[in-house]
Design a protein around this ligand. Structure first.
Ligand code: ADP
Ligand code: MG
Length: 539
């Protein structure tokens, strides 16, 4: 070999070696049974080794160390022996320290005289891409779930709207008939059964509406353990005695800003589920309340802001759940219970309430061992507010005159009868434009207006606005089926406005009416004939 030719070859060799050594992709040459003949630094590093020499060891050791799953190796061999190459084959390998990474491999079989002599391949580390894909899939799933919840909310809200109106009339007329002392015996019993069922329906509709009406809550600082105590009393009465219920409170500062009824619902739902899981064998149901401080990274893991949280753990020793069930428990209408026993709405509701309260829920469960739900609610440092007094009587009217407006005649006449019984004088209008004319003719005659919102000729909120222009101090109670009109409470007359959801809670309504009508504010227009003394309570 001539000298120049030798130099040329040496240069070429150095050049290609440099390309091989400095490539960012992993490059190798191996025997068909997997022994590495040459490996570049990038590949050695990718697999967690210091230098290429570490990979040139015994075939079986290296191969079984690297392939996270031996079937990957078989798939690779099958394909390359059949086609002569593989292109972007994606699989997992194990680094020296045990970490699993994703790689993409392109390789070809080098033949000599028909026999495969080597494999030569290029390998890319695609772990970051794979992780991003998994994260995206997880987010998509989460979004899908959120959309499903929204759809259920809209659907339920729409149905509940129509159902409310019907229920409103059923409840109202039944209560009215029961007020009549002449209704006795069998008929009274029947009416009482109707009332009970209608109330159950009302309860159900309220529960369904919790999905679509995020506003209808009364939040105040309350002690979580206080609500649990109340709920435990109820659970003790309903669950079999083979289930021991225990509440342990490790803090005195378990104050959260929440709606008491909603939190009660959360505790009861989790309790009944646990009770169901321990029905046949009994067991323990433990509620544990503690205070925890979440630092930035713990908080990020739960996707809540860092800070102090009240942590409630609800632990049962029941049947537990398998991963397939566990995966779906927060899906609306998902239930494993027999038809008629479960609605599948319990946990979605719990989740919705917790999220709405600014908290987070998670769950651990093992089949045959039990289940623990964890709820984290932001701690509040505000002083605990006592709930409004539990006085459950209808407050009597003092003969004030009320204008009632509703386009649905059964609702209208039910309201009329009901308010008369409460001690008011009542004028009714089934058309909002007519109602406005009536009011315009004699604005001082009416002490208060109760109006439906959704009406064909003019919306209740508009009627309220126009009536307010005629007489700014006239109080208006707006009855709504589903949607609270957004501007109603922003009006200049806001202090004289209230919104009530149908079906109307008459105890609440009666209180609200008194708050409006007993205000000194309204006295200037009080009819001289209106009574100053409350009428005796009508039972
Ligand atoms: P429902 O109680 O009406 O079935 P939920 O939303 O409350 O609806 O619960 C959904 C499902 O989650 C239940 O049917 C049950 O399979 C499972 N589940 C919930 N809580 C528990 C628990 N504590 N132990 C075992 N399974 C549970
Ligand atoms: Mg349930």
């Amino acid at each position: 070999m001539a000298d120049t030719e030798f130099h040329f070859l040496k240069d070429a060799e150095a050049k290609y070696r440099g390309m091989f050594e400095n490539a960012v992709e992993g490059i190798y040459q191996s025997t068909p049974d997997g022994q590495y003949l040459a490996v570049n630094t990038a590949l050695a590093r990718m697999y967690g080794y210091d230098c290429p020499a570490d990979l040139l060891g015994e075939v079986s050791d290296i191969q079984s160390q690297i392939y996270a799953d031996p079937t990957f190796r078989e798939r690779f061999k099958q394909q390359i022996d059949r086609d002569g190459f593989v292109h972007d084959l994606e699989y997992q390998v194990r680094q020296r320290n045990g970490t699993i990474i994703w790689i993409s491999e392109s390789a070809r079989a080098v033949r000599e005289n028909g026999d495969v002599r080597f494999y030569e391949g290029f390998i890319d580390n695609i772990t970051a891409r794979k992780e991003a894909e998994a994260e995206r899939a997880r987010l998509e799933k989460q979004m899908l779930q959120a959309q499903k919840m929204d759809a259920v909310g809209t659907l339920a809200g729409g149905m509940a709207h129509d159902f409310n109106n019907i229920l409103c009339a059923i409840l109202g007329y039944t209560e009215l008939s029961l007020f009549d002392p002449k209704v006795e015996g069998r008929t009274r019993d029947n009416l009482q059964s109707i009332l009970k069922s209608a109330q159950r329906a009302q309860d159900l509709i309220r529960r369904i509406l919790t999905f679509s009406r995020p506003k209808e809550t009364e939040r105040r600082p309350l002690k979580l353990s206080g609500i649990i105590q109340e709920a435990v009393k109820l659970l003790n009465a309903t669950l079999p005695s083979s289930i021991k219920i225990c509440l342990s409170t490790k803090t005195n500062e378990d104050v959260v800003v929440a709606d008491a009824t909603e939190i009660h619902q959360v505790i009861m739902n989790l309790g009944t589920n646990a009770g169901h899981a321990m029905k046949s064998n009994g067991g323990n149901l433990d509620y544990e309340v503690e205070l925890i401080a979440l630092n930035a990274s713990q908080a990020a893991a739960l996707s809540v802001p860092a800070g102090s949280f009240v942590h409630l753990a609800v632990r049962d020793t029941g049947t537990g759940m398998n991963p397939e069930v566990l995966e779906r428990i927060f899906e609306p209408f998902f239930t494993t219970k027999a038809p008629g026993c479960g609605t599948g709405l319990g946990l979605p509701l719990v989740q919705k309430i917790v999220t709405r309260t600014g908290g987070k829920i998670s769950v651990e469960s093992e089949e045959g061992t039990g289940t623990t739900f964890h709820i984290y609610l932001p701690q509040s440092r505000d002083p605990v507010e006592e709930p409004p007094s539990a006085e459950h009587k209808v407050l009597r009217g003092r003969n004030e005159r009320i204008l009632i407006v509703d386009d649905e005649i059964p609702v209208l006449s039910m309201m009329q009868q009901r308010l008369r019984q409460m001690g008011y004088r009542v004028t009714t209008r089934a058309d909002s434009v007519e109602a406005l004319q009536t009011f315009r003719a004699e604005p001082a005659k009416f002490d208060l207006i109760i109006t439906d919102h959704t009406m064909p000729s003019m919306l209740g909120a508009e009627l309220a606005e126009l009536a307010g222009d005629l007489r700014p101090d006239v109080p208006v109670v707006l009855m709504t089926g589903l949607n609270e009109p957004p501007d109603f409470l922003n009006s200049p007359y806001a202090s004289r406005r209230a919104v009530f959801q149908k079906p109307i809670d008459f105890v609440e309504l009666s209180r609200r009416l008194r708050r409006f009508l007993d205000k000194p504010h309204g006295h200037s227009h009080r009819k001289p004939g209106a009574l100053r003394q409350p009428l005796p309570f009508l039972s």
